[in-house]
Design a protein around this ligand. Structure first.
Ligand code: GAF
Length: 385
């Protein structure tokens, strides 16, 4: 439950000012993993975990950013803001400010309090929610008019150029443009999207393997490099293949043998994942939950076997979920190498599902999983008040 009143009060106590409050959600990706930077398709939903940003203008000539989660505060004069990441929680909001300024936006002095309940390091996009909450709050103090998709691109730049993680557009985009009760099919090339309603009879259950996930670790960037290596081989034969979005399974049959085996597998995951993701959106829109579930299981197998981005704990969670009555589909969600699985579960079975999954996981691994029943939520917004 987002602590809007508490965040507002603590901002007032800390800075002696009334704040405006903004929220930006975390996300769960239903399908389409590591396809965003290959200009392909993803289908995430925003969730009801979010970062709150309480902001007020300041006459001090400085910016102060307090984090309730880290029990810490940083202050810098506007004329000497950090120019690069310091491996500190404040890299994310400071990165956003650096990019806004780089874009020519006149960022005034301000006081900002950040307070989030997106589990950290769980693959639910806590970083994007911090970036987007910061962006929408800071922009409210300026005269700039920036659309939500544009804001997503600026926040992605903050993560790529300032924080130094080579991530795609998915997380920032859904944090900006998510919609209540809907998943969002995003074309990561054109940034066109369509919203697909999640039937009210279906619940999103997220199970945290408790294995920590991080983009800052080398694995995400290594996968990206492998994907680029495979793309370059296909491009040398078919110059119109600039990203794997442009490639198909036939290309792999012709030229896959020129790739190192690991590269071939990464490329195969992405090419087939794009097809699965578009098919999954069609299935969701048609109310064909059986097909959607099958595609989610296939996506997990591809993520595990071809992309090799799963971990044994996530595999156990998916295997256990698949045996449960009412489980439509399950897979590891997000950047991989730990984090959470997403499960679509028929509402009437949710309580039993959660209990059995928790017990089964404890018996198999000795780990106590955090399991969240989530709700597809709205993207970045001001909280009235
Ligand atoms: C992380 C990244 F931030 C996204 O851009 C995306 O690549 C995802 O991993 C994998 O699908 O969340």
């Amino acid at each position: 439950m987002l602590d809007v009143n508490g965040t507002r009060e603590r901002h007032t106590q800390r800075f002696q000012q009334q704040a405006k409050i903004f929220a930006a959600p975390g996300r769960v990706n239903l399908i389409g993993e590591h396809t965003d930077y290959a200009e392909g398709f993803v289908m995430p939903a925003a969730i009801d975990f979010a970062t709150l940003a309480a902001i007020s203008p300041s006459s001090s000539g400085s910016i102060s950013i307090a984090s309730e989660n880290f029990h810490d505060q940083v202050t810098f004069p506007l004329h000497s803001l950090p120019e690069k990441a310091r491996h500190h929680w404040s890299d994310y909001p400071l990165g956003v400010i650096a990019i806004l300024r780089d874009k020519g936006i006149d960022v005034p002095a301000f006081n900002l309090t950040l307070n989030g309940d997106v589990p950290l390091g769980a693959g639910l996009s806590s970083s994007a929610s911090v970036e987007v909450a910061t962006a929408i709050a800071v922009l409210s103090l300026t005269t700039a008019t920036i659309s939500l998709p544009e804001m997503a691109k600026l926040c992605q730049r903050a993560e790529n150029e300032f924080v130094g993680a080579s991530t795609g557009i998915m997380d920032q985009f859904i944090a900006c443009c998510g919609a209540e009760d809907h998943a969002l099919l995003l074309d990561c090339r054109s940034l066109d999207y369509r919203l697909a309603p999640i039937p009210p009879t279906v619940s999103i259950v997220i199970s945290n393997s408790m294995v920590k996930h991080s983009h800052a670790g080398g694995e995400y960037n290594t996968r990206r490099t492998e994907v680029e290596e495979g793309t370059a081989i296909l491009h040398s034969h078919r110059p119109e293949v600039r990203f794997l979005r442009d490639a198909n399974v036939g290309d792999l049959e012709k030229w896959g043998s020129e790739m190192p085996h690991n590269v071939l597998k990464r490329v195969r995951h992405i090419i087939t994942e794009d097809d699965r993701t578009v098919a999954a959106a069609d299935a969701l829109e048609a109310g064909d939950m059986k097909t959607l579930g099958r595609l989610m299981y296939e996506a997990h197998a591809s993520y595990r076997d071809d992309f090799e981005a799963s971990c044994k704990e996530a595999d156990i969670l998916v295997e256990l979920a698949a045996k449960e009555p009412g489980c439509i589909g399950a897979r590891l969600t997000g950047g991989g190498f730990g984090g959470c699985t997403v499960n679509l579960v028929e509402q009437e079975h949710v309580s039993g599902f959660i209990e059995n999954l928790r017990n089964g996981y404890r018996n198999a691994t000795g780990i106590e999983a955090d399991i969240y029943r989530c709700h597809a939520s709205a993207g970045a917004r001001e909280i009235a008040g």
